[in-house]
Write a new protein. Structure first.
Length: 324
């Protein structure tokens, strides 16, 4: 089968299309023909060797997949060939086939396509659990969503409104991206390239600040976010797309009794009940038309390098999906 692999850490051009054996089906596992695979910043961090967990070489990236089961091991009772499924896994989804344990699998409901299902997983679960589990957002609170036109951002805007946020403030880098965020429910849009957005946040909130902030860039974005947190506000860090180490004086948190919280989706994946329940809820929203997943671009598997270049260059809107 064809797969995308890197054998050394480095820039996007280390990604190569290779021929590898179709993986063998181990006990408790199924073989899935990949129909859509999501592309994420975590994949680029893996490629540079900067991920939170070790990335062994050679490595086939890709952690979210939607496809059709083609083979099941005798121990698997709940699934059969032909089932449409979606799953999160550690790696291996930039390929034509992948093996998955039955505990990872969720059936795709009628009316939800493969691309939609793959696109909702990592970003949808991240947005959902940042707001609900980590930040414990309450109805009426103000939520600030950075990169609001990205994969997590587009979903976080919608989910925050669905969970009862009183005010959703979105930041993005162009008028077009801000218009997308507004179309999804953002009440205010701020261009972080043109506006002194942190001061604007304080002005908009009557100098109160945002109760919940979703942050994944680091550097100056993180530091400015700290200064527009409300009393008892929660800033949730879920990435470091800026690539630089960020340091701050924890005493700053005392000024507003504020919190900085780290979020890593792996811990949700390790809790089978929490993972399955929240995936089903998100897929249900999709099936009902209550949640829009923005797929900005679909590319053939062979163009994974281009997908990474565009993602790192901030040239994408919504989700990027690979189609084997």
């Amino acid at each position: 089968m064809r797969a995308v692999q890197f054998q050394t850490y480095g820039p996007p051009d280390v990604l190569q299309v290779v021929e590898v054996p179709v993986p063998a089906v181990k006990p408790g596992h199924v073989l899935v023909q990949v129909k859509a695979a999501g592309v994420n910043f975590a994949d680029t961090a893996r490629r540079y060797g900067r991920y939170l967990a070790e990335t062994p070489l050679p490595y086939i990236p890709g952690s979210e997949v939607a496809g059709v089961i083609t083979e099941v091991s005798p121990e698997v009772a709940g699934f059969q060939p032909g089932d449409r499924v979606v799953a999160l896994t550690e790696s291996g989804c930039y390929a034509e086939y992948v093996t998955l344990h039955e505990k990872q699998l969720i059936r795709i409901p009628e009316g939800v396509g493969f691309e939609q299902a793959a696109a909702i997983l990592l970003q949808g679960l991240t947005a959902y659990h940042i707001l609900k589990t980590s930040a414990r957002m309450s109805p009426g609170e103000t939520v600030l969503v950075h990169a609001a036109a990205g994969g997590v951002g587009t979903l976080a805007v919608q989910l925050a409104k669905r969970m009862g946020a009183g005010l959703v403030i979105a930041t993005a880098g162009s008028p077009e991206k801000l218009e997308l965020a507004r179309s999804l429910g953002a009440d205010v849009g701020l261009n972080y390239r043109e506006d002194d957005w942190a001061d604007r946040v304080m002005d908009i909130t009557g100098n109160k600040g945002a109760d919940v902030i979703l942050e994944m860039v680091g550097g100056e974005i993180f530091k400015k976010s700290l200064h527009c947190l409300s009393t008892f506000g929660r800033l949730v860090v879920y990435g470091r797309a800026g690539g630089t180490e960020t340091r701050f004086d924890p005493a700053l948190l005392m000024q507003r009794s504020a919190s900085v919280i780290g979020f890593w989706l792996v811990h949700v994946m390790q809790n089978s009940a929490l993972y399955r329940e929240s995936v089903r809820e998100l897929l249900g929203y999709l099936g009902e038309g209550a949640l829009r997943v923005i797929i900005g671009e679909t590319l053939p598997l062979a163009e994974a390098q281009k997908a990474h270049e565009r993602l790192e260059g901030r040239q994408t809107t919504g989700k990027v999906v690979l189609l084997p």
